[in-house]
Design a protein around this ligand. Structure first.
Ligand code: WTA
Length: 653
């Protein structure tokens, strides 16, 4: 993969120090924090862990048997107690935990006391359905308060949750239900999405038909869609909740017990169930939420404007903020629907101080132009954050100047589903930032950029980003597959070095610039999709013999999907009809996020003599470039045809 020479612009781009007014009001402004953590990094994480509510304190902070780590061994806690009960008991029951805003404009404020009560009720309902400690519960819900309630109710009874993003289709949901062996599914009748209604329950019905483990299904009423409840299996959420007691004893969990699984794409066709544990994960997300967002529960309104079905939503939309008694904003639907003005109105009305979202969202808001942030009173904003992909300098500048009025630091946070929480990021009152760089590891963490042989690269060089010491938020394993965990993350550079799968450059000052993935993983609007999974969804259509996908740089989505498809004999009909059918097929099977933007019907895929698909060549074609290196190609005559077919498909798109 070609390295984008981002770092070559270092000198041309002025670094931005933390604004003085921000520093004056900051809670974490002492640069000594780095040395302090470094002097005893395990002890430092222990100090962070003490901030949670423990039923029994750990005996040992860390057992490291590479590549398996155990954090806070012997400790006992329940995540829902740290997130709810202790705040209510301390007299903060009336504080708003979430300002919820529905897509049609309806609103609901949930206090900590109300949230705790509803969590207790649902936890009792789940226990009544036979869900015991260790059983998995799947959640397929839009951005409703009930999604947070469902996650915490699972935590309360020690049943790991598996949240599946509502953008996924029936097959993707079924695969995740089956892999996790989920006993219960919590869904809604439908979901609002850009003015339309997604038939969630109907999709869930198809998925449950293929997942025998699911014995019960609770359905939240949201869109008043016409749904069928299967007797003996399905029930309305509000009906069962109303009859349940709000008092539910929390299950005493070991620090090492799983809190949840979250599926993410890897390099193969099977999604990986990333397992996060209770004590270490909660410690990491609470500590980083405090540090990176300089959070003050009595001052801030925090808006993590991403979907909760993503790790960012789990860590900074739910667990981190609730552990720190934050008041958050939770918004259903797209931020730029019906117009981007919605975002700025919510920020103004709810007095948002901290906005954390993806470059894809920031680009969409910027592109919307009219009725932008200038038209609203955003004077409460004090800090902005970005996550999920590199942020382009011009987008950074717009975020900084127009949204933040030049007075808000921007934290560019790098991390992954697997790391649980933020790993690389500036500290807003301490770090002088370079727009486009995620800067350095947070206190207590250690990373290294290495060459193919695992040797640390010189300053000014690029290589593979690795993490060289265990950290509390690290994944425990891949659900049901320790071997895949070892192979995927801890084999490339030895069992003690975590391979992130990302490339990065270290600049002359030692700051880090992310250069994208090392493997065949695409990022579409912030979502991670594996080429293999997409290809499997396309090949699944009866007309297709073979398919390969590549990413094309897209000004809004970051990457757009270009699919190269060879049809089976007898299916060489009109290319645009086939393309339309294939697109529908992929959406139905995999979900709208996987929609191929361009479908190129080809006579054959470019392969080497040994039959390997030449992905780099497809990437060049997808980008509209003329392939350079074609000597390895088995059939050199194919190139002219591929160029022509790609141009034609791109034109007709
Ligand atoms: C990419 C997202 C550049 C990276 C929390 C990583 C980033 C993948 C950044 C993980 C950033 C995330 N700058 N690239 N600030 N943050 N990435 O698991 O390639 O959905 O490996 O978790 O997103 O994606 P995931």
């Amino acid at each position: 993969m070609a390295d984008v020479p981002l770092g070559s612009l270092d000198a041309a781009r002025p670094a931005v120090p933390p604004p003085e007014t921000f520093v004056a009001g900051a809670r974490h402004a002492d640069p000594g924090i780095y040395d302090d953590a470094e002097a005893d990094w395990v002890g430092w994480w222990e100090r962070q862990a003490h901030d949670l509510a423990w039923q029994r304190v750990w005996q040992e902070p860390l057992q490291w048997d590479p590549p398996f780590a155990r954090w806070f061994v012997g400790g006992r806690l329940n995540a829902s107690v740290s997130c709810l009960d202790r705040h209510v008991e301390a007299g903060h029951g009336a504080q708003v935990a979430y300002h919820w805003v529905g897509e049609p404009g309806d609103r609901r404020d949930l206090t900590y006391a109300e949230l705790a009560e509803e969590v207790g009720r649902l936890a009792n309902v789940l226990r009544g359905l036979g869900v015991a400690r260790g059983d998995r519960v799947a959640i397929y819900l839009p951005m409703l308060p009930q999604l947070v309630v469902a996650m915490l109710a699972c935590a309360r009874i020690g049943a790991p949750h598996s949240v599946v993003y509502v953008g996924f289709g029936a097959q993707a949901l079924a695969d995740r239900l089956v892999d996790a062996g989920a006993k219960v599914l919590i869904t809604a009748d439908g979901a609002h999405r850009r003015g339309e209604v997604l038939p969630l329950k109907r999709t869930a019905d198809v998925a449950m038909g293929a997942a025998e483990s699911v014995r019960s299904c609770l359905v939240v009423r949201r869109t008043n869609s016409d749904v069928r409840l299967m007797p003996g299996r399905d029930a309305w959420y509000d009906e069962v909740i109303g009859q349940a007691s709000p008092i539910c004893e929390p299950e005493p969990m070991d620090a090492e017990d799983p809190l949840f699984l979250l599926y993410t794409s890897g390099t193969t066709g099977t999604p990986k169930g990333i397992v996060h544990r209770t004590g270490g994960y909660l410690t990491h997300v609470a500590a980083t939420h405090r540090m990176v967002f300089d959070h003050d529960p009595d001052r801030d309104v925090f808006w993590c404007a991403v979907n909760l079905g993503w790790i960012t939503g789990h860590s900074y939309g739910v667990y981190g903020p609730l552990a720190n008694r934050a008041t958050s904003v939770l918004a259903e639907g797209a931020l730029d629907h019906p117009s981007a003005e919605r975002t700025w109105r919510i920020a103004e009305v709810d007095k948002v101080t901290t906005l954390y979202t993806t470059p894809a969202v920031i680009r969409a808001l910027r592109a919307a132009g009219e009725d932008g942030p200038e038209a609203h009173d955003l004077s409460r904003l004090r800090l902005l954050g970005s996550v999920g992909e590199p942020i382009e300098p011009e987008v950074w500048r717009w975020y900084h100047e127009v949204v933040g009025g030049g007075r808000c630091p921007i934290v560019d946070t790098w991390w992954q589903t697997e790391t649980g929480g933020i790993m690389l990021s500036p500290l807003p009152a301490i770090t002088t930032v370079k727009p486009g760089s995620a800067m350095r590891p947070l206190p207590g963490l250690e990373v290294s950029v290495v060459d193919d042989d695992g040797a640390r690269v010189e300053r000014g060089q690029a290589g593979h980003l690795t993490v060289t010491r265990p950290w509390p938020g690290m994944l425990q394993t891949i659900w049901g597959d320790d071997e895949r965990y070892r192979r995927t993350y801890w084999s490339r550079f030895g069992a003690e070095v975590y391979a992130t799968g990302d490339r990065a450059r270290v600049d002359a000052d030692g700051d880090l610039w992310l250069l994208g993935r090392d493997d065949e993983v695409l990022k579409v609007s912030g979502y991670r999709l594996s080429s293999a999974e997409l290809e499997a969804a396309i090949v699944d259509h009866r007309a297709v013999a073979e398919a390969a996908v590549a990413g094309r740089a897209d000004p809004l989505a970051g990457q757009a999907i270009v699919a190269f498809v060879r049809l089976r004999p007898g299916y060489d009909r009109d290319a645009s009809t086939v393309a339309a059918q294939l697109r529908q097929h992929v959406i139905a099977r995999f979900g709208a996020i996987a929609r191929p933007e361009t479908i190129v019907i080809v006579d054959d895929l470019p392969k080497t003599r040994s039959g390997t698909i030449m992905r780099r060549l497809l990437e060049e074609l997808a980008e509209g470039r003329t392939p350079r290196e074609i000597s390895a190609l088995d059939d050199p005559d194919l190139v002219a045809h591929l160029i022509e077919a790609t141009a034609e498909a791109a034109g007709g798109r």
